[in-house]
Design a protein around this ligand. Sequence first.
Ligand code: NDP
Length: 272
Amino acid sequence: MKNTLENKVVVITGASSGIGEAMAFLYAAQGACVVLGARSTEKLQLIAGDIRAKGGRAVCCRVDVTDPAECRELIETAVRTFGGVDVLICNAGISMRALFDDVELDVLHRLMDVNFWGTVNCCKYALPYLQASRGSIVGISSVAGLHGLPGRTGYSASKYAMTGFLETLRIENLKKGLHVMIACPGFTASNVRFAALTADGTQQGETPRDEAKMMTPEQVARIVARGIRRRKRLCLMEAEGRATHFVKKFAPAFLDRMFYMVMAREPDSPLK
Ligand code: NDP
């Protein structure tokens, strides 16, 4: 099978952990030049060093995606080091867990700042290079970006906002050969639930779900790579995502009840 990531310059935000880290290792092993961004500099340096030690090409750059200037620097690092950008993966993200009744509004602002504005900021500075390379933008959304997930208002809203932004960008660039893909993982074992914000904005520090029964970040990384290769618009990963996408078209009220039921079953669910 043709490996379209070979010699491509792939910028990955949120590369210090979970799905982003798995993409960094996999895509570097497939011959890509990976440019890794996140706030945890030490973790990034370890990952980039490990990739280079295995013969791969990697550079890292500290970036808080809520800061446009730091996003510009991430993209410029890619251009200075590897000469351009072929793929931008907007993966950096945070989650939350609280009912809207209880949540501080700051929590929702924070979700939008990282998940939505982080995506916009990186796209803004990468776009000219991606137009030149006729490359790909990948937004790592979620099943919560396909249908509202109770207890995650800010999270679902931020992922829907990403979709609105990215779809529009795709259409604006229809004649410029830009590929835009929205990828929707289901539950994936990572740090995201430990770091998720609670009603008062503090981190949850634990996971309410069985992480051993989820997809692995490596599986997600492989599916995203296939989606990029096929230049897909929407990348669904597993049964939950496919079912959500399908059932929403024909029985959205049924899907509401299913989502409520599933999330109410979580230990300490705010829905109880
Ligand atoms: P992790 O918590 O393991 O990783 C999140 C990454 O985002 C980290 O590298 C973190 O790095 C980075 N990040 C967070 N805030 C910022 C910021 N302000 N600026 C730059 N980087 C930031 O979670 P996942 O790997 O699971 O999450 C990756 C993406 O996948 C997210 O967009 C998430 O919404 C999505 N997703 C995850 C699912 C899951 O069940 N795991 C399911 C569906 C979607 P650092 O703290 O060093 O900045």
